[in-house]
Design a protein around this ligand. Structure first.
Ligand SMILES: *[C@@H]1O[C@H](CO)[C@@H](O)[C@H](O)[C@H]1NC(C)=O
Ligand SMILES: *[C@@H]1O[C@H](CO)[C@@H](O)[C@H](O)[C@H]1NC(C)=O
Length: 476
């Protein structure tokens, strides 16, 4: 006795579904025609954060520790086994199918020169794609366990501060500056407890995500020795998610699950670190797939076509060596295997690991093959994506005379190999597990029952700075 429908009735179901789709599309056409006759059109809303120029001061302390010998220097290589090129190809292939849906969104954004007829047509394409995607994903695949989830959501900056409750708890100032997003429980130290019960608000669009995520800041060092902080700017419009295009600084967070029951969400008190702030040489062994910089080839996120860290020419493990016409994007991916027991470890890394096949490239739908026996539990794949508006620093006359690139992380790292990301879990209740187990193929910033909030609320959430110092630039 077959558990699921035999092929013939499946075909009938699909035919019925397609008929329903066509009807829905026709209704959408009629509605959109009606609504858009006089309505304003979609537009990508790129907010260039106004850089606050302050007078340079020789007396203020620099936000950058160029002579850093951090107390948290760690050994690096235990968690970076090799990866395979075949895997990467497969991943890239899948990413293209994800992005193919999205490319129509890009088309849907009217260029300044397009006529209203063209705008209308483009928006129609997107609406149809959305409708088809929704229906296609609603067609039963076995028990529905085939639906993968990729949350992608913006979080405004909650603070820029020289504290690090994970690596240097209680230390203010800590060795280097960080930019932080997420809940307002962020503090000099944070007990390994249920953060979601300490925080009362978050800067992220998912209102139940009271986690904190933080990374180093980026600075431009001019030829005359002056530092200027490079502003983080909102990411591009995808999945019709306006929130993410309106964040104040901050960055985008991803969570990936291959399907129902495939990952175990983090437990209250969980935290982890990826990367090594003290690293200054190439790590190799698949590390580029976990930490990279994308050199946008043109304005408006130019060249953003391949999966994160998978573009052979635009993505590099080190900071780009040439001027990037559309700015620079950082991608930081976390390991996807957990020992199943420890919420943290002395180096904040030993309790997590990469799959036995190596670091899992980002596909938006998988978390890698088997986990090692020491870390048998698959956890969601988290990725951070930060867009730095470096475009106002592209004047080669201000770049170092030796031809090297001028950007430096707040750790003093001019190589980029020391890029790292911190994470303190703080989702409310079972909300993350439920999203990861969703059978409706959640994509982007809307997922079943997950609560969201408007950007105005997110931007009201803040925490006071613990270390007061010049952060935007210094040292003339
Ligand atoms: C942050 O930590 C300081 C010092 O431990 C404490 O006084 C303060 O209440 C904490 N703030 C929050 C919001 O937890
Ligand atoms: C150093 O160069 C930068 C970039 O050209 C400029 O903005 C800044 O005013 C200069 N600072 C000094 C002290 O000359």
């Amino acid at each position: 006795m077959q558990k699921y429908d035999p092929p013939l009735s499946t075909v009938i179901v699909i035919v019925i579904v397609i008929v329903i789709v066509i009807v829905i599309v026709i209704v959408i056409v009629i509605v959109i025609v009606h609504v858009h006759v006089h309505a304003p059109s979609l537009s990508i809303n790129i907010i260039i954060v106004q850089h606050h120029h302050r007078p340079t001061s020789s007396s203020s302390s620099s936000p950058i520790d160029l002579d850093l010998d951090p107390p948290h220097r760690r050994s690096t290589s235990s968690d970076t086994p090799s990866t395979t090129g075949v895997d990467n190809l497969l991943h890239q292939h899948h990413w293209h199918s994800v992005m193919d849906r999205e490319s129509s969104l890009r088309v849907s954004v009217p260029k300044r020169t397009s006529t209203s007829a063209a705008k209308f047509r483009d928006e129609m394409i997107w609406s149809v794609i959305i409708a088809f995607t929704a229906i296609a994903e609603a067609i039963p695949q076995g028990s529905g366990a085939g639906a993968s989830t990729m949350l992608r959501f913006g979080c405004s900056q909650i603070v820029i501060d020289r504290i690090d409750p994970l690596v240097n708890p209680g230390l203010a100032p800590s060795p280097h500056l960080h930019q932080v997003v997420g809940g307002n429980a962020f503090n000099t130290s944070m007990a390994s407890t249920d953060v979601s019960s300490l925080a009362t608000c978050t800067t992220c669009s998912y209102a139940d995500d009271l986690s904190n995520y933080w990374t180093a800041n980026l600075y431009f060092k001019a030829r005359n020795g002056t530092y200027k902080r490079v502003p983080q700017v909102p990411n591009r419009l995808l999945f019709n998610d306006k929130f993410t295009t309106q964040t104040s600084g901050g960055f985008v967070v991803y969570y990936v699950s291959p399907g129902k029951g495939k990952v175990t969400a983090f437990k209250p008190g969980f935290r982890m670190l990826v990367g090594d702030a003290a690293q200054r040489t190439k790590v190799g062994s698949g590390r580029k797939s976990q930490s990279c910089f994308r050199c946008y080839s043109g304005t408006n996120f130019g060249g953003d076509n391949a999966a994160p860290c998978a573009d052979a020419t635009l993505d590099t493990e080190e900071l780009p060596k040439k001027a990037c016409l559309g700015g620079i994007r950082s991608n930081i991916l976390y390991p996807t295997c957990w020992d199943g027991v420890n919420l943290d470890s002395p180096d904040h890394k030993a309790h997590v690991a990469y799959p036995t096949a190596g670091p899992q490239a980002f596909t938006g739908s998988s978390v890698g093959g088997a986990c090692p026996s020491t870390h048998p539990t698959h956890i969601p794949q988290i990725m951070l994506e930060i867009v730095w508006d470096t475009t106002k620093f592209n004047n080669k006359a201000d770049w170092p005379t030796d031809g090297s690139q001028p950007f430096v992380l707040s750790t003093g790292d001019t190589t980029g190999y020391g890029q790292h990301g911190d994470y303190v879990f703080g989702w409310k209740g079972n909300s993350l597990q439920e999203a990861m187990d969703s059978t409706t193929a959640c994509m982007g910033a809307a997922c079943g029952g997950l609560r969201t909030q408007v950007i105005e609320n997110a931007n009201k959430c803040s925490v006071p700075k613990r270390v007061v110092e010049e952060q935007d630039g210094s040292r003339g």
